[in-house]
Design a protein around this ligand. Structure first.
Ligand SMILES: [Zn+2]
Length: 500
């Protein structure tokens, strides 16, 4: 029973396909090491892994089954049959995704059915207080903070929050188990102090790649840690925040962009967001980075030509205007370039010297870093990969041409395909193939609204690219999801400031 795990460490032993440790045997070895180190329980995915772990160690196992759903995203234990297989394999408790999205897939009814049918304890993985309250009412035996920071409603959370655990403990009668982004022994300790019943640690113990990445990121930061402010000015929202040079997001927020405002009012809006982020940081800020859509001259920090979304932004002297009032160095960059810099510094391309970042959302942006240098071109107009023509005489594009890639790979296009991700992925794969042929990157990082949490899109790309790219296998190019998720805009602008 989970009751015996009070005050103890539970180690989550999981790997996904393509990871070097993806095998039941590897998971069993991690479980043995965890047991020998003093862990009292294991959390594991799939009957195969659980069987191997149960054969190797005598510890109680919390079972889950991750499965891709029709919305292209992974869900934890989506069916009663999955739970049956986990119990059969030896799991003594079952965890179910009870977030708002999970509930749309019937999580609460399923949770009650699993509990009744198999007489096992059921655990609810949640992200917010409300979700925890619903899960408790549905009969969950334990509430886990697993999904906090990983759902649409909690994108602002980028670190483990003991205060969230404390809030749940105050509000619920059900024991709360802390899980998610617990990277250090100190954080595990604070979780118990906040009232957690037990603590689950995963990646910090069983994902050598993530552990290595944190070292690399930290070492690539400046010798003396510093804090900068990043502001990502989009056509709809402005996202701002303070970021430390080691990649830690101190604080971030989003406000609507007054897109139709005059140039002076927009500059005023930017200044306000920078000041708010500086205040919230509560520590000295050494530089400011601004990422904005459109054609940007980073040398002068001005907008050469704005996009249609910000009609009065052309010619805006962003750096000069802000430097004067803020008395800090201000650096300005195109948002897709900023995204690429951030992925190299903090994200999925950390450690890579030649890589390409693509953002797929309302439009298609790209930033190319070759041998550690961002390519900007003779007129700061390089990497306009969205305007490669993929359909001669195709649909009109904002650039005045017809048949540009961007028109076939954006949110509007997905709606036009009636949600068929396959069609969009095919166009994107062709674009990626051209990018790989042109630049030969070691990593292709894809972010933006359409790519975040969209496992299915990456599956389709990885399926198709070997057929489209010359010598794909020998290159070993990695296709990776953005490591920065919803905060990529702020992190990008911060990377611009740190790059100087
Ligand atoms: Zn175009």
């Amino acid at each position: 029973m989970i009751r015996g795990l009070k005050g103890q460490l539970i180690v989550s032993c999981q790997a996904v396909e393509k990871e070097p440790f993806f095998s039941p045997d590897s998971m069993a070895r991690f479980a043995r090491a965890a047991r020998d180190g003093g862990a009292a329980g294991i959390r594991a995915n799939s009957p195969e892994d659980i069987r191997a772990i149960r054969n190797a160690v005598g510890l109680p196992v919390i079972g889950i089954q991750k499965r891709m759903m029709d919305d292209g995203r992974i869900l934890i234990t989506p069916t009663v049959e999955d739970a049956a297989a986990l119990v059969q394999a030896g799991a003594i408790a079952i965890a179910v995704d009870c977030t708002r999205r999970g509930q749309r897939y019937g999580a609460l009814e399923r949770l009650a059915r699993i509990k009744k049918k198999f007489e096992v304890e059921v655990l609810a993985d949640i992200a917010t207080e409300d979700e925890a309250v619903y899960a408790e009412a549905a009969g969950a035996d334990y509430i886990l903070t697993t999904m906090r920071g990983f759902t649409v409603d909690t994108t602002h959370v980028r670190r483990f929050e003991p205060e969230f655990v404390a809030r749940l403990v105050r509000r619920l009668g059900t024991p709360v188990i802390a899980e998610g982004r617990i990277h250090s022994p100190e954080q595990a300790r604070t979780a118990l102090e906040a009232g957690a019943f037990a603590v689950v640690v995963g990646g910090a113990i069983t994902k050598p790649k993530e552990i290595t990445q944190r070292f690399v990121t930290s070492m690539r930061g400046d010798a003396k840690p510093r804090t900068v402010v990043g502001v990502d000015l989009g056509g709809t929202n402005t996202k701002a925040g303070a970021v430390r040079s080691n990649g830690e997001l101190v604080q971030a927020f989003a406000v609507p962009t007054p897109a139709r405002a005059t140039q002076l009012d927009l500059l005023d809006h930017l200044e306000k967001q920078v000041r708010r982020a500086m205040e919230a940081a509560g520590e000295p800020v050494s530089a400011v980075g601004i990422a904005t859509a459109g054609w940007v001259d980073p040398a002068t920090g001005t907008v050469v030509h704005a996009t249609g979304n910000l009609p009065f932004w052309t010619g805006a002297p962003i750096a000069a205007a802000l430097q004067q009032v803020l008395r800090l160095p201000v650096y300005v960059e195109n948002d897709a370039n900023a995204f690429a810099l951030a992925e190299g510094r903090f994200g999925a391309a950390a450690g890579a010297s030649s890589y390409v970042g693509l953002t797929v959302g309302t439009g298609l942006g790209a930033g190319v870093v070759m041998e550690r240098r961002l390519l900007r071109g003779a007129h700061h107009l390089a990497n306009a990969l969205g305007h490669m023509v993929v359909e001669p005489d195709g649909l009109p594009c904002t650039c005045g041409q017809k048949g540009c890639l961007e028109v076939y790979v954006n949110s509007a296009a997905l709606a036009r395909y009636e949600g068929s991700l396959e069609k969009l992925a095919e166009y994107l794969a062709r674009g990626c193939a051209a990018v790989v042929h042109a630049y030969d990157p070691s990593v292709l990082v894809i972010g933006g609204g359409l790519a975040v949490n969209n496992e299915r899109l990456f599956e389709l790309l990885r399926e198709r690219l070997p057929e489209l790219v010359f010598a794909w296998e020998r290159r070993g190019t990695k296709v990776m999801a953005s490591g920065l998720g919803y905060e990529a805009g702020v992190m990008g602008a911060a990377a611009v400031a740190l790059e100087g």
